[in-house]
Design a protein around this ligand. Structure first.
Ligand SMILES: *Cc1c(COP(=O)(O)O)cnc(C)c1O
Length: 392
């Protein structure tokens, strides 16, 4: 029997707790936008662009409507289109490959490393053809991809590297932050990301002035200056409310990241003290990487995964499957001709992984409840015969 009462519920994500901690800072800036009646782009967005660029160590930041657009805009700005191929991972959020498809180019998938879930650089070279124009490594769950070898391959083949850093603001590779580890990078401010707005939003960072200028133009219908259209872009503007909120939150980001890392450490200790380390695969932080834990994703045998999720749901513990269907098996990409078995590590990850609650405000008691529940699940389902032993 626990000495403490178990928490009533542990949601997968709890944005209310964070809002309460910064409400006093947020409300005045939101009121400021209301008074200014300047809602789209404008000075708040320009300030956020400078601050995010500075945070990432990049020369330029270009705000846009979403992380998905932050992927699409750079692809268009480097003239990716029909007939081109772009290499990426099939184990990611849909937008990574969706953005490639939107340009008319062909996504070419390369399997992941089973331990980090990130694209395996060793397999990239075999996927390069004369049509390959770019590589999009994804810094999945908050850990950067193996950028050294990726940069080296890209340089050798003359390819552009677009980082999908949607889940990884503040993460770093050998001391360099995501956002300058390739030629250009995409960030998302979707509320569940580590730096989340109060709606949709995104940002591109780059050190290339020409690229920055073209992206800035593409997000406003290819217009520069007003009503002079050099090319056909689209509307992907960031709004001032998001920028104002994000500027407040950016000041807290490093403290929140540090709390996320503490939460990850506590999970590791709890899994160890519950004797679960053999049964449950825990996320690794590779040497030289600074992981920001947008997600804490564990791995269990495939036959247990869905029942574990049901068990946690019944105990009011939130969880999520990122991602149940790898992109090469999505119906909309059937014409690419991939089949089950093509990317075994991605397919195994899709069957075996489950994301546990993680956010800066998650408490020790909540984590004990989560891991204690997983221990009970294993006892009841995986080793039913042991149940009596443990009760004894
Ligand atoms: C969230 C996310 C995106 C897309 O960002 P939106 O802001 O939702 O459009 C792209 N790639 C990855 C890996 C993501 O997690």
């Amino acid at each position: 029997m626990s000495l403490f009462h178990d928490p009533v519920s542990v949601p997968a994500l709890n944005l209310k707790a964070q809002y309460q901690s910064i409400r006093d800072e947020i409300e005045p800036v939101v009121r400021g936008i209301l008074e200014s009646q300047m809602f789209v782009l404008g000075p708040e967005v320009t300030r956020l662009e400078a601050e995010v660029a500075n945070y990432c160590g990049a020369a330029s930041g270009i705000g846009c409507a979403s992380g998905s657009d932050a992927l699409l805009l750079p692809l268009l700005a480097i003239d990716i289109g029909p007939g081109d191929e772009v290499i990426t991972t099939p184990y990611t959020f849909f937008a990574t490959a969706g953005s490639i498809w939107r340009t008319g180019a062909k996504p070419v998938f390369v399997d992941i490393e089973p331990d980090t879930f990130n694209i395996d650089p060793v397999r990239i070279e075999a996927a390069i053809t004369p049509r390959t124009k770019a590589i999009i490594p994804v810094h999945l769950f908050g850990q950067v991809a193996e950028m050294g070898p990726i940069q080296e391959i890209a340089r050798r083949h003359g390819l552009t590297v677009l980082e999908d850093a949607a889940q990884a603001i503040g993460s770093a590779y050998h001391g360099t932050r995501a956002g300058t580890l390739g030629d250009v990078a995409a960030f998302s401010f979707y509320p569940s990301k580590n730096l989340g707005g109060f709606g949709d939003g995104g940002m591109v960072t780059t050190n290339h002035p020409q690229l920055a200028r073209r992206i800035t133009r593409l997000r406003v219908h290819g217009m520069e200056p007003k009503y002079h259209h050099h090319e056909v872009g689209f509307n992907s503007r960031l709004d001032a409310f998001q920028a104002a909120v994000l500027r407040v939150k950016l000041r807290h980001l490093d403290a929140w990241t540090s709390l996320r890392r503490d939460v990850a450490d506590r999970y590791r200790n709890l899994f160890a003290s519950h004797g679960l380390e053999e049964m449950v695969g825990l996320p690794i932080e590779r040497q030289g990487n600074f992981h920001v834990y947008n997600q804490f994703v564990i791995r269990v045998p495939a036959f247990l995964r869905d029942s574990l999720r049901d068990y946690l749901t019944a105990r009011k513990i939130g969880s999520e499957i990122y991602y149940p269907i790898p992109l090469h098996l999505q119906v909309c990409f059937a014409s690419l001709g991939y089949k089950p078995g093509d990317f075994p590590h991605s397919e195994a990850a899709a069957r075996e992984t489950i994301a546990l609650p993680i956010y800066p405000e998650l408490t020790d008691a909540e984590q004990r409840y989560v891991v204690g529940s997983i221990r009970q699940f294993i006892d009841e389902f995986a080793y039913p015969s042991r149940k009596s032993d443990r009760a004894a």
